[in-house]
Design a protein around this ligand. Structure first.
Ligand code: GLV
Length: 312
């Protein structure tokens, strides 16, 4: 173990928690009965923070760590970290990009296929014994359709590559066009939603993207359109989404993320045109292993040269 004293906000994975404890002088904040009192007394001891995408890193917590130089986050999404406060305090922030893009892209297709073809709904139909007396309704195909991507970073671009195997026409909306991409950038999200059969949310969470998928965007996607969200629940106005689905103004939705996890709006539970998952897009043995390694590599890089490997 090195003498570097690090604050870990909450549990990450059992394997990584154990490994970090052998490498650094790690303090598990979640085991403190009174975290604020602990930080008031010991906050100056910590050189940096290790955290997980689900644990909050608010400004007050960071302010109690005046000697900290970095936050290393397990997760590509860092919306639970107060980035503005971290930047103001001069903290380097690292996430785990790229290593889970493929698994998240796979799950986006899993959700598109499930909602469009009714896989989960048909599974329930068979288990109920309904096949003996009735037939499922005709559903809609995925290949050859129009795919709109909200966000065109590593995950969006991986989804676009997968889409070529489905002969899909792909366009995207992001703040700026991505240089060198063959896909059409659309400056208006509403126009992208009007054009698309499937709208997949693949952008960052946090204040900059809150409720970008509004009632107007959902109405533009329309009664035949399918929304898939594998990014963050906050990007979609969930009240507007529940209303659009309930009123038949939207064709269906595949949701891996929600505004207030693990709370899922009750009206969605009874809808067969909605597939509900529990934030599992990056949840494979392979991506977990690679994310664990990248957390360790970010820490090693900081202590070797003063810079994290994958800064936000
Ligand atoms: C998953 O949601 C991640 O941010 O890594």
């Amino acid at each position: 173990m090195t003498h570097h004293r690090l604050l870990q906000i909450g549990p990450i994975t059992p394997a990584l928690d154990a490994k970090l404890a052998t490498l650094y002088d790690i303090h598990p904040l979640w085991q403190e009965a009174k975290p604020a009192a602990f930080l008031a007394e010991h906050g100056t001891e910590f050189e940096g923070v290790v955290t997980h995408l689900r644990h909050a890193c608010p400004a007050e917590l960071l302010a109690a760590l005046p000697q900290a130089k970095f936050i290393v986050n397990f997760g590509v999404g860092y919306d639970k970290i107060d980035l503005a406060a971290a930047r103001q305090q001069g903290l380097q922030v690292a996430n785990t990009p790229k290593v889970l893009d493929g698994c998240v892209a796979d799950l986006a297709f899993g959700l598109m296929l499930d909602v469009a073809r009714g896989l989960s709904a048909t599974d329930r139909f068979v288990r109920r014994g309904d096949w003996k007396t009735s037939q499922r309704p005709l559903m809609t195909r995925v290949y050859g359709k129009r795919l709109g991507l909200l966000g065109f970073g590593g995950i969006g671009q991986t989804i676009a590559r997968r889409a070529s195997g489905f002969d899909m026409d792909v366009r995207y909306h992001s703040r700026k066009p991505v240089a060198g991409s063959a896909h059409t950038h659309m400056a208006s999200l509403i126009e992208l939603a009007q054009w698309a059969d499937f709208l997949v949310v693949a952008c960052v969470g946090g204040p900059s993207t809150r409720h970008l998928v509004s009632r107007e965007v959902l109405d533009a996607l329309g009664p035949q359109g399918i929304l898939v969200n594998i990014a963050r629940g906050t990007v979609v106005d969930e009240v507007a989404l529940v209303a659009a689905l309930g009123e038949g103004r939207l064709g269906g939705a595949g949701l891996d993320v929600f505004e207030n996890e693990p709370h899922v709006p009750a009206p969605l539970l009874g809808l067969d045109n909605v597939v509900l998952l529990s934030h599992i897009a990056g949840f494979t043995r392979e991506s977990r292993r690679d994310m664990e390694q990248l957390v360790c590599d970010n820490l090693a890089s900081y202590f070797a040269c003063g810079k994290v490997l994958t800064p936000v």
